[in-house]
Write a protein that binds this ligand. Sequence first.
Ligand SMILES: Nc1ncnc2c1ncn2[C@@H]1O[C@H](COP(=O)(O)OP(=O)(O)OP(=O)(O)O)[C@@H](O)[C@H]1O
Ligand SMILES: [Mg+2]
Length: 387
Amino acid sequence: MEKKRILIVDDERNMCEALFDVLEQEGFSVSTALDKEEALRLIKNIEFDLLLLDIRLKGVDGLDLISAVKEINPGIAIIIMTGYPSLESAIEGTRLGISDYLLKPISIESLKASIQHALIQKDKEKQKEQLAKKLEESGRRLALLEETLAQATKLASLGKIGPAMFHEVKNILSIINVSAYYLKKNIEAKDPRVKKHLEIVEKEIEHAHRIIMGLLDLSRGHQEKLIPCEINQLLEETLSLLNHELELKGIKIVKDYGSEIPLIFLEPNELKQVFINLILNAQDAMPKGGELRITTYRENDFLLVKFSDTGCGIKKTDLEKIFTPFFTTKRESGGMGLGLAVSQELVGKYGGVMAVESEENKGATFIIKLPLNKSIESLREKIGKEK
Ligand SMILES: Nc1ncnc2c1ncn2[C@@H]1O[C@H](COP(=O)(O)OP(=O)(O)OP(=O)(O)O)[C@@H](O)[C@H]1O
Ligand SMILES: [Mg+2]
């Protein structure tokens, strides 16, 4: 183990020499200084662990020297030696973070005990500081991740990001996870709030991981494969990606799912993209929270999915424009005006249609109407022809 470095500052040469020998023998690496200038020069060049200082140096206010030392090496432990104790200097010394106050003549035993204690304290302080830094870093990364995820959900819904990015985010998550584990193991359990927050971090990492896996699946995108899908199940899978954000924004989801809805042949990720676009639009329309009701039912040979929100609604003059690519009223907040255009195209691919009913300030309802394809072959043929 590396030797701890001690600087002795005393204007009595004999005192310096005596202490030098004793402390060297105790296994410390010791330097000495007889005046303020020499002391500061040494402090600037060597990272000492502890300063043993005679507070009454000739012509120098020892407390001023402590301030200067702390500025150069804030983590240094300081023990003051004095032959003339005063209450004022003791109080000021405590304010400056002095570890101990020893009265001359100094007993070697109490000096050794005092040094051990100060060094242990210093190590603890350092560890605490490192942990605090790590915690801050984890928090920063988590905030960044949250932002990335919100953006990613939107882009994934438009099929605009590939799996590489999700792997990247998964890596960040693993790093945060390891840091959180380390912090939890090492942090002193004096403050239960610290542990509680670390548990929150861990829980949220797990949560973000689940979202990432869902997005990864979504970003694999079009597999050109028609699978018999349960529409309610697809909605549930989509909501599991967005639930957390919806909850944060105070949006209540009311599920009015029909029972006995036949399976429908679809490429599931495509329909999930449509659902995400509609849910995100509803979320944008209700910045102060509200309710989104999702209804599914069968009507003759069609399957209907309705999204009704209690948001700002759509102006009459905008109603006919909203499916046009790049039409957006959210340019300032980063809207691209593509969500509905892409959704309409995807629904159209399965012979379905999308409709909207809305009045300004009275919410909006988007309806998806999909034909219940009786024969997979005819649908395959249809999709094949369109490509
Ligand atoms: N539920 C809704 N309530 C109110 N207005 C809506 C709703 N859904 C869509 N709109 C209007 O339709 C416009 C177009 O929506 P669309 O999803 O295509 O694009 P966007 O949401 O603006 O941007 P993005 O490309 O990010 O989805 C929106 O800007 C908004 O004005
Ligand atoms: Mg949108």
